[in-house]
Design a protein. Structure first.
Ligand code: ZN
Lengths: 849, 398
């Protein structure tokens, strides 16, 4: 909300304020407002132009070569400048506005800005310009220069010259403070802060017109939506342009003048915070004002020219024939006050905040009125405002106020201030302060509360305060305590650490695991990514998931920001692949991203009153592209460079599983539709038996019960089709692993395994096999588990080339034998190796070399 | 030397072969005893080798240096080898009178010890020379880039998040979590934000449906936690992502907050300030100044905003001192000199009521702040979209 400093000054005297600040110390005022909780978000100087100052004309002589020009000597207090002026009204001794050299003037309508430079006008030096109204944006007049009041000191920047400049504060008023949505409300806060009185306006009313009862009737039907309705009539009004002060007041905070009647209702709204509505009485059919619910099928063209379909949920101000106003939100075109209006029906009401809010939302409308009604206006002030505004209209628009006012209200409508009790001991306990009860009373009374029931004087703890109507937010003791803290400045409250018992503060297991993974992957050379948790059907479709895949059960948003962000992600893969493509397009070819991201799965069957029926699961994603090892760019060693391979990714996952102590196996190929049908795999983890009572989750599925092994992830080369879908250059490797799956597989204990101190013996073997045979296949032929002393069967190399026939490959294995309690003899090792060889020899496809 | 001579004199006459004269001294006219003679010769041979070593210090291995190890070994064998001269002395002991033999044996052993000591000292010197030679021969280009394991990184927000959690963990705060997609009850109603209340305007909410929202703040954890930990002291820290319908240079539709909640019998607003001050000094350094100003959150009363002095302009509002042009306004703090860090306040009695706690018995405070904002401050990141664009050039910096 915007407030004008000039306007505020009508209600509180800012001169020589108690803490010695000058009245124009805008910075200090701004800080004071913020410290009161009326946050100043911006401050706008109005009516000022850099380089334009007040000045005095010291000399004024006719230009020797031009009749219409004068040559003046003008001073701004610091220097005296020659200025050639063409205005007929310039004269010696005048206080004027001087645009100094360097100043930039906005220019008249339709003209470019004017930059003031040193110039020579018909041979006479001119170092500046004496300004007319229209040249400095103050008005239309170009009849002559603007002459200031003789009392104005020279050298004042334009915005500080009384009557010209103003400061507009942009306040961020929180929803609990509708009382501060107007100038008197803000002035009240400043007055309280400075310890000054508030000069509240007074109603001046002469009821000289006819008796209102014969002019119009009010029928309040919707007493839930409108708890108080007050009407007044002003007869014989002349609708026309507003007086200057009114135009200026509205203009200062950027409001357009419409006509004197409408401007006055707007003025009162901005002054007091109470919206009102002026009807053309002549257009109220049947002279009957009905506050009622709408009827389906009714229509109303509102002031913005839009035809609104009325429903039975709407609250209307209607006449005998139909709707006139969408109550509290916006008036209708038909009953609008216009130039031909003579009699005015004035409405001042209290509308139910929630009713107005729903009404505005339903029609997509928000107005200055609805904004205030939905936050709550002063319920005790309605009739007074009607009197005040009627008096203003009669004064500034002519006409006579009809005798009496029409008032209808619901029995629910408050008629006296609420009393709220405060225990001073509670104040200090909750704030940690040491305030005396008298100080609490002083602070609360400064903002309009009244100590009504000084029970404390009777020896009771609590004090009762009457809450003014404009502070509907003060309902409980806690609210008063907040006011006491606020008015005393939060920064004055002591800073005290709480005294609390020592406790052991652990991390949830999921957090610990996620940390282990993050740090491990960081050390493995991957960069942690973070994606917005929004996705789209289109992006998801690129992965080609089956409809029955849990990742196809996404949750759409009702109000997405864009089409790309229309659903919650069931996988972050599309986002990461987009990030990879983004990097590739930015010459960042080597992509090594990982992310632990939350994914959301629609589980309607789990919906309850409180549970949203959405499963949130954390998933780990890896995306690799480009060269794996860019670490030896200059070594010339081909082994250290080259595109990322399947086994790079597999190695990262293997290490990751080792780091977490998880026992796992792989299944090849994997089954993810977005992966290469051959060059992919699935991770099968041995699940740790769960602790009793814990829920078992993995891979986005809630498991029926504990099982020994579960598929917790997949990895491999991205399918070429998906690669193309994301405009990626391949190969790209991806992995997707369930964190809850990993968590279920992390063993609760890790135990030391004895290794013995006896030396190991190794035997080597060269096997010649068909290209189609895999290492895993050959390994499975070795009776590894039946030879206890065999510690490791290690693949040393896969060789193709000289000495190996085409279509074949040579696998070189080393077998490491070791006994934990003794040194092995050659015979023992030979015997074991022989057993292994015999097993391998059973396979006709394996040839010993 | 004198003692040697005395002790040698005790076993004279030696049926010796020596014709070497003593170089100097009173006994110079006498032929030397063979033990002494070997010793004098050993000294002379050693000195020759040592001179060779001293010849070219630091000038790289000379021809002499290269021959040194061989000469050294020859000399060592000559004197202390199994068939060397010192052993020869022992072998000749039989020619001595039996009563002279023990003393003679002792003297020969002393000579051996002496020789061993000289040889090992010389060997150490020769090794030094060899090492020096090998070091100066290096042609390594130490300025080439190192062989590196690809450098990984943690997202800056992860780092800040972990730092914040660690800090509060150290104060005894337990980490708690709550859903990101939640029922209206947890995100709004139980937090004293009824439907059709203007305070809902403070939350530009993403809706799944009428009852289900993307949480707009981490405060939903307060409700979840208090509902499940009734009537007991609470001290929790809850980090997590939250969502608002908002997208510009300083607002992302998804951002990360961290929420703290402390509830006990005697918790005051002063305690809130104490805890936040402690944290702010840890996070932003002791020179950072802080201020609290009144605000409004339906679930706290009193409510406050906490500001810290702007990191970019050091609270001045202009970038004069931070490498900017004179008077250049600071965009980070919109020239106010302050950065909003988060909201806080004492737990509103209505919230206690909603979760079934007695506000007369318990009081508490809660605060929440944006990890994004703190991350941007800490690293000077100008635009929030960097945090989720996943540009390698960004990620690799952390
Ligand atoms: Zn700044």
């Amino acid at each position: 909300m915007e407030v004008s400093l000039n306007w505020i000054k009508k209600y509180v005297d800012l001169s020589g304020s108690t803490d010695g600040r000058p009245d124009d110390d805008r910075q200090a005022l701004s800080q004071a407002l913020t410290s009161l909780g009326l946050e100043v978000e911006g401050m706008r100087v109005v009516g000022g132009l850099p380089g334009v100052v007040s000045a005095e004309v010291l000399e004024c002589a006719r230009h020797p070569e031009a009749d219409k020009l004068s040559v003046c000597q003008v001073t701004d207090g610091t220097g005296t400048y020659p200025v050639v002026c063409g205005a007929p009204n310039v004269a010696k001794g005048q206080k004027v506005l001087l645009a100094k050299v360097g100043a930039e003037l906005p220019g008249r309508a339709g003209e470019p800005p004017l930059k003031i430079k040193k110039a020579k006008l018909r041979g006479q030096e001119s170092h500046g310009m004496i300004c007319a109204e229209d040249e400095v944006g103050l008005g239309e007049s170009h009849d002559g220069i603007l002459v200031l009041d003789p009392s104005v000191p020279v050298g004042l920047p334009m915005d500080r010259i009384p009557g010209l400049g103003d400061v507009v504060f942009e306040l961020n008023i929180t929803p609990n403070r509708p009382d501060a949505l107007n100038h008197t409300g803000v002035a009240r806060e400043i007055a309280a802060k400075l310890g000054k009185p508030l000069r509240y306006p007074e109603a001046m009313l002469n009821e000289e017109g006819a008796d209102i009862g014969g002019l119009v009737q009010i029928d309040l039907q919707d007493i839930a939506g409108c708890t108080k309705y007050v009407g007044r009539v002003i007869q014989g009004v002349k609708v026309g342009p507003s007086p200057d002060w009114l135009v200026k007041s509205l203009k200062s905070i950027g409001k357009r003048s419409i006509n004197n009647v409408v401007d006055l209702t707007n003025f009162v709204l901005l002054e007091l915070g109470q919206p009102s509505h002026a009807f053309d009485l002549g257009r109220i059919k049947g002279r009957k004002v009905v506050i009622r619910k709408g009827r389906d099928g009714e229509k109303l063209v509102t002031l913005d020219g839009v035809e609104r379909k009325i429903t039975s949920e709407d609250m209307l101000i209607a006449d005998a024939e139909g709707p006139m106003v969408l109550a509290g939100v916006m008036g209708g075109k038909d009953s609008e006050v216009g130039p031909e209006t003579t009699d005015i029906f004035l409405e001042v009401a209290y509308f139910n905040p929630a009713t107005v809010r729903r009404q505005g939302r339903r029609h997509g409308l928000s107005s200055d009125s609805s904004y205030r009604f939905e936050r709550g206006v002063d319920p005790l002030h309605t009739a007074w405002v009607a009197d005040y505004l009627a008096g203003l209209i009669a004064r500034w628009c002519g006409g006579k106020v009809a005798k009496g006012r029409l008032e209808k209200s619901s029995p629910e409508h408050p008629t006296s201030p609420r009393i709220v009790y405060l225990r001073p001991g509670r104040v200090n306990k909750l704030l940690g302060t040491d305030l005396r009860p008298g100080e609490c009373v002083r602070r609360l009374e400064a903002i309009g509360l009244k100590l009504k029931d000084d029970a404390q004087a009777r020896g009771e703890e609590a004090m009762g305060f009457a809450i003014p109507g404009f502070r509907g937010d003060l309902e409980r003791e806690a609210d008063l305590i907040e006011e006491i803290a606020r008015l005393g400045d939060y920064n004055a409250i002591p800073v005290v650490l709480p005294t609390l018992p020592l406790v052991s503060a652990g991390l949830p297991p999921g957090e610990s695991l996620a940390r282990t993974l993050r740090h491990h992957l960081r050390d493995a050379g991957l960069n942690e990514a973070l994606n917005l948790r929004f996705s789209s059907r289109k992006a998801l479709a690129k992965l080609g998931l089956a409809p029955e895949d849990p990742r196809s059960a996404y949750v759409p948003l009702r109000n997405p920001l864009s089409e790309e962000w229309e659903i919650l992600p069931t996988t972050t893969l599309p986002a990461l692949l987009n990030a990879a493509a983004y990097n590739q397009n930015n010459q960042e070819k080597n992509v090594r991203l990982f992310e632990i991201a939350k994914c959301f799965y629609h589980r309607p069957e789990e919906r309850t009153d409180r549970a949203p029926g959405i499963l949130e699961e954390e998933m780990l994603y890896l995306v690799l592209a480009g060269e794996w090892a860019d670490r030896r760019p200059w070594s010339g060693d081909p082994a250290t460079a080259g595109p990322v391979e399947f086994h790079h990714l597999k190695g990262i996952l293997e290490n990751l599983l080792i780091a977490t102590g998880i026992k796992s196996q792989y299944a090849f190929p994997g089954s993810e539709p977005y992966l290469h049908p051959v060059e992919s795999g699935a991770i099968l983890a041995d699940l740790a038996p769960p602790a009793p009572g814990t829920e078992i989750l993995y891979g986005s599925k809630r498991a029926a019960g504990w099982q020994k092994q579960a598929r917790i992830g997949g990895f491999g080369i991205l399918h070429p089709r998906v690669l193309g879908g994301f405009d990626l250059k391949g190969p790209v490797l991806v992995a997707e692993v369930s964190l809850s799956g990993l968590l279920a597989a992390v063993p609760r204990d890790r135990k030391f395994k004895a290794f013995g101190n006896f030396s190991a013996v190794s035997r080597d073997l060269n096997l010649l096999v068909d290209e189609s045979r895999t290492h895993g296949d050959i390994l499975s032929k070795m009776p590894v588990s039946r030879i206890p002393i065999l510690q490791e069967a290690r693949l040393n190399s896969v060789y193709r080339g000289t000495g190996v026939p085409a279509g074949k490959k040579a696998l070189h294995y080393s077998f490491i034998y070791r006994h934990t309690e003794k040194t092995l003899t050659d015979e023992e090792v030979n015997k074991a190796q022989e057993k292994l060889n015999q097993e391998l020899a059973k396979d006709p496809g394996i040839v010993f070399k | 030397m004198a003692r040697w001579a005395e002790r040698l004199a005790g076993i004279f006459p030696w049926p010796g072969r020596s014709t070497v004269k003593r170089p100097t001294g009173p006994e110079s006219s006498n032929p030397m005893h063979p033990i002494e003679e070997i010793r004098v010769r050993l000294d002379a041979d050693m000195q020759k080798l040592e001179t060779l070593i001293a010849d070219g210090p630091g000038a790289g291995p000379s021809e002499g240096d290269k021959a040194l190890p061989k000469q050294f070994e020859d000399l060592k064998v000559k004197y202390t080898g199994k068939k060397g001269e010192i052993s020869g002395l022992l072998r000749s002991m039989g020619t001595l009178a039996p009563e002279a033999r023990p003393e003679f044996g002792k003297l020969v052993n002393e000579l051996r010890d002496y020789a061993d000591a000289r040889f090992s000292a010389l060997q150490a010197k020769i090794q030094e020379v060899e090492i020096a030679g090998s070091l100066s021969g290096s042609s390594l280009d130490a300025t080439l880039p190192g062989y590196r394991v690809p450098a990984g990184s943690l997202h800056p927000m992860t780092q800040v998040r972990e730092e914040i959690i660690s800090f509060f963990q150290g104060l005894g705060f337990e980490m708690a979590l709550a859903p990101e997609v939640d029922n209206d009850w947890y995100n709004f109603e139980a937090l004293n934000i009824p439907p059709d209340h203007p305070s809902r305007d403070m939350h530009d909410t993403f809706y799944v449906d009428d009852k289900v929202v993307l949480r707009t703040h981490t405060s939903n954890v307060q409700v979840h936690y208090m509902e499940t930990h009734r009537d007991q002291p609470i001290r929790i820290i809850a980090p997590g992502f939250v969502y608002r319908v908002d997208n510009d240079a300083t607002h992302s539709p998804m951002f990360q907050q961290v929420e703290c909640l402390v509830v006990d019998k005697d918790i005051s607003f002063a305690n809130l300030k104490g805890t936040l001050f402690l944290w702010a000094k840890h996070m932003f350094g002791t020179e950072t100044t802080m201020r609290f100003r009144p605000s409004y959150f339906p679930f706290t009363e009193p409510s406050a905003e906490m500001d810290v002095s702007c990191y970019f302009c050091k609270g001045s509002g202009t970038l004069d001192g931070a490498g900017g042009a004179p008077g250049q306004p600071c965009r980070t703090c919109k020239t106010t000199g302050w950065i909003e860090i988060g909201g806080c306040g004492s737990v509103d009695p209505n919230v206690f009521g909603k979760v079934g706690w007695d506000p007369e018995k318990f009081s508490g405070f809660a605060f929440g702040f944006g990890i994004d904002r703190i991350t941007m401050l800490k690293y000077g990141i100008p635009d929030i979209s960097h945090l989720t664009r996943n540009d390698n050039r960004f990620l690799k910096q952390f």
